[in-house]
Design a protein around this ligand. Structure first.
Ligand code: ADP
Length: 371
């Protein structure tokens, strides 16, 4: 969506003044201490999990299906209780929250699921207002806040429309407006963008990130999409079998995967056994080597490469795939199939299958995985 710079600036100032919840950073708003969740069927969905999320942080929860992501979200929402361990939300031990208090507790948490449902018989305005009506706010307050939120989400012109007249992206914006209008302290997003096409997805992604920053909104975003996690998050929690296998900034997780699981999950690493690696470059350590596709160069005549590169290795192109500004090759070299990313510049040659090439490995970027 195109908006003028001025309009954007006004929107941002308004967001700040309306939503500034005096959040100070570096205070945990959510903390888990040694939390285990075992379901009645004996499945241990979370095992001895401990972490802290600071106020205003944007955390991505990633992991394959069954890793325990939804269970973690359900525990925060008090839809499930832990089998052991303690959970604090806003400095409060949630075990002490009684059934009758849950409704009030959940008011400061907004949840946004992929399969959000808008009320078909209500207009955009009414859909967003509905989220506030249940909080008992006055008519005047509701009207004011809903109008502001719709304007922040670029939906003012659509407020009298019914959901069926909106595009998928607009419907998603309405659902997001509904989650934000109640001015939550915590936002839980469970695969919110997965049903959208790439362009709308990118727009909404930017929108969510900027609202999150301006509102200093503590956000947990569940996703399978590594690009989303890499571009948006402050921190990534990578989960497998009920535990965190790695936590860190996107750069840390991407550049230094802690394990084979992390390397397989994040990015398109080439994983080379010690035997495979030793045919290509000198190996000192045992174990697996994780090689990023951009750490391998296709040698071109006259090209300049870092001094940390290995001697050239012969290879044969198997296939190529255009990924926007990158050409991703599959290349066979000394008995190993490799993924190699080359920047797609106007001067780049496109290598057809069967082309003989020479590969250089940037050894400074290749480290064995620590087990
Ligand atoms: P994710 O969201 O990462 O896909 P879940 O938290 O939904 O993972 O599930 C973690 C594990 O717990 C899975 O093995 C799942 O089958 C199991 N599980 C989830 N909910 C229940 C439940 N209500 N009863 C029994 N087992 C469950």
């Amino acid at each position: 969506m195109e908006r003028s710079t001025k309009e954007n600036a006004v929107r941002q100032t308004r967001r700040r003044s309306i939503y500034n919840n005096e959040a100070s950073r570096q205070r945990p708003i959510i903390s888990f201490e040694d939390v285990t969740k075992k379901y009645q069927n004996g499945v241990e969905a979370l095992r001895n999990l401990s972490f802290r999320i600071e106020e205003g942080e944007f955390v991505f929860l990633m992991g394959s299906s069954g890793a325990g992501k939804s269970t973690l979200i359900k525990l925060i929402l008090l839809e499930e209780r832990p089998t052991s361990g303690r959970i604090y939300v806003k400095s409060r031990n949630v075990a002490q929250i009684k059934r009758a208090q849950i409704q009030t507790y959940r008011r400061s948490i907004s949840v946004f699921f992929q399969d959000f449902r808008l009320l078909e018989k209500k207009t955009v305005f009414q859909n967003v207002a509905f989220a506030m009506e249940i909080t008992g706010a006055s008519r005047k307050e509701i009207e004011e806040k809903v109008n502001i939120t719709l304007s922040l989400m670029g939906l003012s012109a659509k407020k009298k429309e019914y959901p069926s007249h909106l595009s998928g992206g607009e419907q998603q914006r309405v659902a997001l407006a509904r989650a934000l209008v109640v001015k939550p302290r915590i936002l839980l997003l469970d695969e919110p963008l997965s049903a959208l096409d790439a362009r709308i997805r990118r727009n909404l992604r930017d929108e969510i990130r900027s609202i999150q920053r301006e509102m200093q909104l503590t956000t947990i975003f569940v996703t399978h999409d590594q690009e989303e996690a890499m571009t948006m998050s402050d921190r990534i929690f990578l989960m497998n079998k009920g535990q965190f296998v790695q936590t860190g900034t996107p750069e840390e997780v991407y550049l230094s995967p802690a394990s084979e699981f992390a390397a397989r999950f994040i990015g398109s690493y080439n994983l080379l056994s010690k035997e495979q690696a030793s045919t290509i470059f000198d190996v000192q350590d045992k174990g697996l080597y994780a090689v990023r596709p951009e750490s391998i160069y296709v040698q071109e005549e006259g090209g300049i490469y870092p001094g940390t590169c290995s001697s050239p290795v012969p290879g044969t192109v198997i296939s190529h795939q255009l990924l926007g500004n990158v050409i991703r090759y599959r290349i066979a070299a000394l008995g190993t199939e490799l993924t190699v990313d080359v920047m797609n510049r106007s001067s780049s040659r496109l290598y057809a299958p069967q082309t003989a090439v020479r590969l250089l490995f940037n050894l400074a970027e290749i480290k064995p995985l620590v087990h």
